[in-house]
Design a protein around this ligand. Structure first.
Ligand SMILES: [Zn+2]
Length: 80
């Protein structure tokens, strides 16, 4: 290896939110992840929604019955 051009490649740990800790080597230090091979639905066989960008929430809000606080339409605000 040529000196001075390679980043530091050190031992580090990858910590998953499920509590699984994987020891590996990386240029990054203390990596945190949301899903790993230990808790991924493919491995556990359980149904789990992986919501990375709040898409499930967005969908629920969009198709939920209209709340009372919704902005009134022109018909309801019409004055006599
Ligand atoms: Zn995990």
């Amino acid at each position: 290896m040529k000196a001075g051009i390679h980043p530091d490649y050190k031992a580090t740990t990858i910590t998953c939110v499920c509590g699984n800790v994987i020891e590996t080597r990386s240029t990054k230090k203390d990596i945190k992840i949301e899903i790993c091979s230990n808790c991924h639905p493919f491995m556990t066989g359980k149904q789990k929604i992986i919501d990375t960008a709040g898409r499930v929430e967005k969908f629920k809000r969009k198709y939920a019955p209209k709340a009372e606080t919704a902005t009134p339409t022109k018909k309801t605000t019409k004055k006599a």
